[in-house]
Design a protein around this ligand. Structure first.
Ligand SMILES: NC(=O)C1=CN([C@@H]2O[C@H](COP(=O)(O)OP(=O)(O)OC[C@H]3O[C@@H](n4cnc5c(N)ncnc54)[C@H](O)[C@@H]3O)[C@@H](O)[C@H]2O)C=CC1
Ligand SMILES: O=C([O-])CC(=O)C(=O)O
Length: 329
């Protein structure tokens, strides 16, 4: 059976993550080996030439699943008919820039993009925001798209999830495939909380297996939460291939489902679960099936976890209040 191509819009297509992402989308890793794709690339006007260059390379791969590439500097064109929208392009923080300046600059990007998604994307559009501050940028885009169901706007914490998997596997001398039910809670920032209290390593409780709260508090959590900064320090540039890989994982899982007996982490609009105020886009443990996700319910949250979840959620609430103050919500 021949399937219709899925329209995948990627913003910031000429950037570092874009370069690591587009080839994997075109080769079938995002949606599956039998799903044709059409790429719609959005860039700012000065970067259109670089996006053209990447498109030339995509052509030169002769990917069997790639049915077309369109490039534009107009969000209304780039999001037209989008089934999947990967919002990667963002304004990076530069020297002397305050947090409020960063939020305002990103508001100028994500508000019009949200509006364009509202007006032009396909009815089934799924949105993943990668550009930082990802959770709050997702909130801005969502607020500008009142006709799109709010739950279609998600923010990426899968990179944090994957980072945590590897750190836990190393500590326990196991493979990442032995680990299940790990959770990232909260914001994609240094306040995020990677939680192993419900995780399993080779079928046994991870926290009991590790049995080392000092490692948990002083090594594991800070290593995962500050990994982005450590990569920048080591590489002289921020995570790109691993971020692209996580974006692929996030959408692939959302569309194709979580394996039985496991869950993943996604930044999603809170429904009030686990005391996270409704509407904040916060990371939760979720299962996915049939193209939708559900928050894993009924987990006991101990005092150690509660304090950390609350701190990250507090930061999200402050970011929301700041963008609300700027008139972006
Ligand atoms: N959520 C996560 O886990 C992670 C998020 N990030 C974030 O992803 C973002 C992108 O990272 P890189 O690709 O390394 O940055 P980059 O600077 O290499 O590329 C960003 C691209 O976005 C483009 N751009 C800027 N404004 C745009 C607009 N209005 N419309 C379309 N394109 C626009 C720029 O021209 C540039 O080509 C950054 O905000 C970074 O902090 C990075 C790693 C992980
Ligand atoms: O810290 C950054 O700018 C990049 C990022 O989000 C990450 O690597 O997690």
């Amino acid at each position: 059976m021949t399937r219709n191509a899925v329209n995948v819009t990627v913003t910031g297509a000429a950037g570092q993550i874009g370069y690591a992402l587009l080839f994997r989308i075109a080769s079938g890793h995002l949606l599956g080996p039998d799903v044709p794709v059409k790429l719609r690339l959005l860039e700012i006007t000065p970067a259109l030439g670089a996006a053209e260059g990447t498109a030339m390379e995509l052509d030169d791969c002769a990917f069997p699943l790639l049915e077309g590439i369109e490039i534009s500097d107009d969000p209304n064109v780039a999001f037209d008919g989008a089934n999947v929208a990967l919002l990667v392009g963002a304004r990076p923080r530069t020297k002397g820039m305050e947090r409020g300046d960063l939020l305002e600059a990103n508001g100028g990007i994500f508000k019009p993009q949200g509006r364009a998604i509202n007006d032009h994307a396909a009815d089934d559009v799924k949105v993943l925001v990668v550009g930082n501050p990802a959770n709050t940028n997702a909130l801005i885009a969502q607020a500008a798209a009142p006709d799109v169901p709010a739950e279609r706007f998600t923010a990426m914490t899968r990179l944090d999830h994957n980072r945590a998997l590897t750190q836990l596997a190393k500590k326990t001398g196991t493979a990442v495939t032995d680990i299940r039910k790990l959770t990232i809670w909260g914001n994609h920032s240094a306040t995020q909380y990677p939680d192993i209290f419900h995780a399993e390593v080779a079928g046994k409780n991870a926290a009991e297996t590790v049995n080392d709260e000092t490692w948990l508090a002083d090594e594991f959590i800070p290593t995962v939460a500050k990994r982005g900064a450590a990569i920048i320090e080591a590489r002289g540039a921020s995570s790109a291939a691993s971020a692209a890989n996580a974006a692929i994982d996030h959408v692939h899982t959302w569309v194709n489902g979580t394996p039985a007996g496991d869950w993943t982490s996604m930044g999603i609009p809170s429904d009030g679960s686990y005391g996270v105020p409704e509407g904040l886009i916060s990371s939760f443990p979720v299962t996915c099936a049939d193209g939708t996700y559900k928050i894993v319910q009924g987990l006991d949250i101990n005092d150690f976890s509660r304090a950390r979840i609350d701190a990250s959620v507090q930061e999200l609430a402050e970011e929301r209040d700041a963008v609300r103050g700027l008139g972006l919500l």
